[in-house]
Write a protein that binds this ligand. Structure first.
Ligand code: ADP
Length: 653
């Protein structure tokens, strides 16, 4: 047992965070109570769960969260008889902020502070929890004893950069947190008296009404009549404790749904949509799920496996954030599932439960996808706003969830060349002229590059539209989807382009003729660029640009190569085909240069040409290649050399 008293410094990040919270957060300070109650409630859940298998930690009775307010000493105490913490756990959990997003959060807070007031919304999203106590307290004292042990620990801090930790006495397991509240400074309008019974009642009602454990407080009440009148103190339960999802839909107000969402998610925005239903049949359960409007940092992180949906069995929490309930790509969904027929000690291992859970999961996924489709159909603007936040995560589902792929494809939005707004694949297909038989797309790292891609030229001339895929996940989407509504997805930057137009046959034949005629010159260009291009041919897809690079049919796009390289994979440097626009003056000049040095004559020997002419020809070809690369958003192979050659050309070389 450690007996000494130690003073330790907070992590630099914790200090920064505290400082920002204390000095920049002015509204919604009352959320500290929600955070403390929520921690206490988790601690009670943990003790109950562990108690099922370990008699040593089991509590005597049901467990409660007690609030004690003392206006005289201006203190507020929140205590629970939950699992408690060991000294090491206190150091680990309370002295540091271990969350991965903390740095990001501090940055966001600082940004927010620059533009004025920091919204409590931000605090909620990151769930800084315990530390929010320092928004209202000058000093916080936490005393805790882990269930199953008899050593207790006291942690004390003024929120000023350090804390003290020492052994203490505590009669029963659990945690007791004392807040020495900050006095009212002048006419601070945001100041609330958190020792006032009615303030406390309303805050608990507002934020913690659904907490399953009783939140109790001793209050004074008048009893008797006239002379008999005397005041008595009694314990009252402040929260209704009735789980929202068990009530009939018709009786639940929108505000109640919303409050429960805030309670679950710590997100202050309204959810995009609420899904509340009771499943009957093979498995009986109730689900209350929320699709959020905005994302939090963790939602974008594909490493975050756990969906934030808790599993209850007959109103008793058996697993918080139960991974089996939803696939990782639905990690943005929040909610609860309450099963009527799983056993209380449901374990992941037993096959029977796995099957049951699998069926529940399938049904939940279906419900969420249906809901997305409904919001898209009924509330387009809301859906677009949601898509801008969480579209990439939904697209992950399209890649990974084969069973839902076709359904999900209908709810995905993409940019296209038709206009500036997002389009569904269905809308794209509807706009296709009857001669068009494929869905065309280009991929690029950003919209601007995509919109100006030379690969779009022939299409634009014919008045056809293409999808502009700029999200890294899009590469995987097209790789898996292959087609939509019977129309294949065709990349404009790979293979020979066939725009499916019979009127083209004649000009196509002419082009073949020309290609034959110019073959020796084209071969010479290939030879000059051998390191980078596998062949050179005349293009059917260009209108304004002189040249464009085209991949093999079915090969990797440059965008995909970039993504794979960025993720640390080795990608062989593939050579692509250089297509030239025979009508373009620059290309005509190049072909003339080839002819000058004798390539027009066609035999391999003379292709070497005279020294100076050869060098000029090779440099010209190199600049053309660099240009084609730049147009698709990639750097030329040797940018410095490219700049030099270009300079020489501009000077009339
Ligand atoms: P969060 O609750 O989001 O994890 P907090 O800062 O509120 O963040 O709490 C950090 C950790 O401290 C909790 O995850 C929990 O392990 C522990 N903790 C906080 N309050 C209690 C409590 N009342 N009883 C037991 N453990 C607690």
């Amino acid at each position: 047992m450690t007996t000494q008293t130690e003073t330790r410094s907070f992590q630099a990040e914790t200090s920064q965070l505290l400082d920002l919270m204390i000095h920049s957060l002015y509204s919604h300070k009352e959320i500290f109570l929600r955070e403390l109650i929520s921690n206490a409630s988790d601690a009670l859940d943990k003790r109950r769960l562990l108690g099922l298998t370990d008699a040593a930690v089991r509590g005597d009775d049901e467990g409660r969260i007690l609030i004690e307010a003392d206006p005289a000493s201006h203190t507020l105490v929140v205590s629970d008889d939950g699992i408690g913490m060991t000294r090491d756990e206190v150091v680990e959990n309370i002295g540091t902020i271990a969350r991965s997003g903390t740095k990001e959060f501090i940055r966001t807070l600082k940004e927010a502070r620059k533009s004025g007031e920091i919204d409590a919304e931000l605090i909620g999203q990151f769930g800084v929890g315990f530390y929010s106590a320092f928004m209202v307290a000058d000093e916080v004292i936490l005393e805790t004893r882990k269930a199953g042990t008899d050593e207790a620990t006291r942690w004390t801090s003024k929120g000023d950069g350090s804390y003290t930790i020492e052994p203490c006495e505590k009669d029963a397991p659990g945690t007791r947190i004392t807040l020495v509240l900050r006095p009212k400074e002048s006419e601070d309008e945001s100041w609330q008296d958190f020792t006032d019974e009615w303030t406390l009642r309303s805050v608990v009602k507002r934020y913690s009404d659904f907490v399953e454990h009783p939140v109790v407080m001793e209050v004074e009440r008048e009893e008797g009549e006239g002379d008999e009148k005397r005041s008595v103190r009694e314990l009252v339960t402040l929260n209704s404790r009735k789980p929202l999802w068990t009530r009939p839909k018709a009786e639940i107000s929108e505000q109640e749904y919303k409050d429960f969402y805030t309670h679950l998610s710590h997100d202050w925005n309204d959810p995009l949509e609420t899904i509340h239903f009771k499943a009957e049949g093979t498995h009986e359960y109730t689900a209350l799920l929320y699709v959020p409007k905005t994302r939090s940092h963790e939602m974008l992180d594909p490493q975050q496996r756990g969906a934030r949906v808790s599993l209850y069995v007959k109103r008793v929490l058996v697993q918080a954030e139960c991974e089996e309930l939803l696939p990782p790509w639905l990690r943005f969904v929040r909610g609860v599932v309450d099963s009527a027929d799983l056993p209380l000690n449901v374990s992941r291992e037993t096959l029977q439960h796995a099957r049951q859970m699998g069926q529940i999961r399938k049904h939940l996924v279906k419900k969420v996808v249906e809901t997305l489709g409904k919001v898209l159909a009924d509330r387009r603007d809301d859906y677009v706003a949601f898509w801008e936040q969480l579209g990439p995560v939904v697209k992950e589902g399209l890649v990974l969830d084969e069973a839902m792929r076709d359904e999900l494809a209908k709810t995905c939005l993409f940019h296209d060349t038709h206009d500036e707004t997002l389009t569904t694949l269905g809308e794209y297909v509807e706009r296709m002229p009857f001669t068009q038989n494929a869905i065309y797309y280009v991929t690029a790292s950003d919209l601007r590059t995509a919109r100006s891609s030379p690969h779009l030229e022939a299409l634009k001339k014919k008045g056809l539209a293409a999808l502009l895929l700029v999200d890294p996940v899009d590469e995987f989407v097209v790789d898996r989807l292959h087609e939509f509504d019977g129309k294949p997805l065709v990349s404009l930057d790979r293979g020979e382009l066939d725009l499916g137009d019979d009127a083209d046959d004649e000009s196509s034949a002419q082009l073949d003729e020309k290609q034959k005629e110019l073959q020796p010159a084209l071969d010479a260009v290939q030879k000059a660029l051998d390191e980078h291009v596998s062949s050179v041919r005349l293009s059917r897809r260009l209108d304004e640009s002189p040249a464009v690079l085209v991949g093999e049919q079915g090969g990797l796009s440059p965008q995909m190569e970039r993504i794979l390289r960025a993720s640390g994979q080795e990608v062989p440097k593939g050579r692509r085909v250089l297509e030239l626009n025979a009508e373009h003056p620059v290309v005509q000049r190049l072909l003339a240069l080839a002819a000058e040095r004798g390539d027009g004559a066609g035999d391999g020997e003379s292709a070497s040409g005279d020294g100076e002419g050869s060098a000029r020809f090779a440099e010209f070809a190199e600049v053309l290649l660099g240009q084609a690369l730049l147009a698709e958003g990639n750097p030329p192979p040797d940018p410095a050399r490219f700049a030099k050659l270009l300079g020489r050309l501009m000077a009339g070389g």
